[in-house]
Write a protein that binds this ligand. Structure first.
Ligand SMILES: Cc1cc2nc3c(=O)[nH]c(=O)nc-3n(C[C@H](O)[C@H](O)[C@H](O)COP(=O)(O)OP(=O)(O)OC[C@H]3O[C@@H](n4cnc5c(N)ncnc54)[C@H](O)[C@@H]3O)c2cc1C
Length: 400
């Protein structure tokens, strides 16, 4: 089979590896528009379950990912000058560039052609039996047929910026800082021996109130360094300088598609779906797409049937994750509801931000129910049963 993957992100690269392992005679090219080693973003998080899946798919790249990752065991939240520690929150971080390099190296070693500085436009799709659109959230290949794919986008209200720092955090760290224009917060985690990443977020009112909308990148970073001075402990923030000096503040676009293929063109990873960054799952989901697509192609001789089965399987699996991501984003949009709670309660509810029930129950009552549910299985089941029902009925009312 001749396969062309458009985009050299984690989804395309991992898919090319799995397909070569399935059948070394597949002729596979990955086309990436950027030069080798240049990529957006800093470090990404993942959890132990992903390593198990990668080991199943390709033990060699799983080992490389694990060996190049760092691990933490605790969560810490700073709210103003109060600190709460939550032991046992295990997670992993890996530099995005490091991950792409090692996946590209593995793909090449199996005979995949990885071509950099090669932008593919929808008008000149490569001649192949299968064209994989792994070209990210702004996928030009998808946008050309947005009606066919049934693309829908919901834009979050808060502004965020993805930054790096040389401050190395031992724990997954949240920090909430109050300004006279509202709260600014970040979460930060380490992704290598000498770097961590921070995602900073605030409401649109705070963003404009602090002048971050008009500030150059350098001025914006200087302001954030001042706000997060205690957290950064003397280290600076590193942005991604734009040619015009503008900062990379964005609002998050949650993207869904009704169908994931059109003829021999199939969507993969962020081109097919996005989930809010606060659940730290986009890369994991992109890799899981690659696994599901490779499996569907192995299980069905007919391409159309395989692509159909892949899309159906993944869309169903994504439903609870998309719901969790939506509620997590809303939790931050409703921050004033939670931020003045006693620290232990605030941190507990931060950990529960994916819950569909939380937005509809007074936070302190929810906290008490959750504590009790932690001890009583029957209550926990009641909470799980009630949550989606309350969320559905409130959403139905708000759509009337
Ligand atoms: C602030 C933030 C924090 C995040 N944190 C995490 C995290 O902690 N954990 C996590 O799992 N995920 C995280 N994510 C999400 C994660 O980055 C993405 O979900 C993931 O990179 C998707 O992989 P992909 O391969 O589908 O697409 P991408 O990684 O976006 O790769 C697409 C590639 O296609 C290339 N391309 C685009 N168009 C063309 C074209 N026409 N021709 C050739 N090449 C093209 C691009 O240059 C790019 O290299 C975060 C995202 C954001 C915004």
């Amino acid at each position: 089979m001749k396969i062309a993957c458009v985009g050299g992100g984690p989804a395309s690269l991992y898919f090319s590896i799995l397909m070569k392992l399935q059948d070394p005679s597949h002729d596979i090219t990955v086309h990436e528009r950027n030069p080798a080693g240049s990529t957006y973003g800093w470090g990404v998080t993942y959890w132990a379950g992903l390593l198990d899946k990668l080991r199943e798919g390709d033990p060699v790249s799983a080992l490389a990912v694990r060996e190049n990752s760092v691990c933490w065991n605790d969560g810490v939240a700073h709210v103003g000058d109060r600190t709460t520690v939550h032991p046992g929150d295990e997670g992993f971080g890996i530099g995005r560039r490091r991950m792409l390099d090692l996946l590209a190296e593995r793909a090449r070693s199996l005979g995949v052609r990885v071509e950099y500085e090669r932008e593919i436009t929808p008008d000149e799709l490569p001649d192949a039996d299968l064209v994989v659109a792994g070209d990210g959230v702004n996928s030009a290949l998808r946008e050309r047929h947005a009606d066919h794919f049934g693309t829908e986008t919901a834009v979050g209200s808060n502004y965020y910026v993805w930054l790096g720092t040389t401050r190395v955090f031992d724990s997954f760290t949240f920090s909430f800082v109050e300004t006279d224009r509202g709260w600014v917060w970040c979460y930060a985690y380490r992704f290598g021996d000498d770097h961590s990443t921070l995602v900073v977020e605030c409401s649109p009112e705070t963003w404009t109130g602090l002048g971050l909308d008009a500030a150059s990148e350098a001025d914006g970073l200087a302001l954030l360094e001042k706000l997060f001075a205690d957290l950064l402990d003397g280290h600076g923030l590193i942005g991604r300088a734009q040619p015009d000096g503008a900062a990379q503040w964005l609002t998050f676009r949650t993207l869904t598609n009704r169908t994931w293929h059109r003829g021999n063109l199939v969507l993969l990873g962020d081109a097919a779906h996005t989930t809010h960054y606060s659940i730290g799952a986009g890369t994991t989901l992109a890799l899981e797409d690659a696994i599901a697509l490779a499996r569907a192609l192995k299980g069905h001789a007919d391409l159309e049937t395989a692509l159909d089965a892949y899309g159906r399987e993944r869309r169903a699996e994504l439903l609870p994750v998309q719901s969790a991501a939506r509620h997590s984003a809303q939790w931050y949009e409703n921050l004033p509801r939670y931020i003045r709670l006693p620290p232990a309660q605030m941190f507990a509810l931060l950990g529960q931000r994916h819950s569909p029930l939380l937005p509809y129950v007074p936070p302190q009552l929810y906290y008490r129910i959750d504590r009790a549910a932690g001890r009583l299985e029957v209550l926990r089941r009641f909470k799980r049963w009630l949550g989606p029902k309350v969320a559905r009925s409130v959403q139905a009312r708000s759509h009337r």
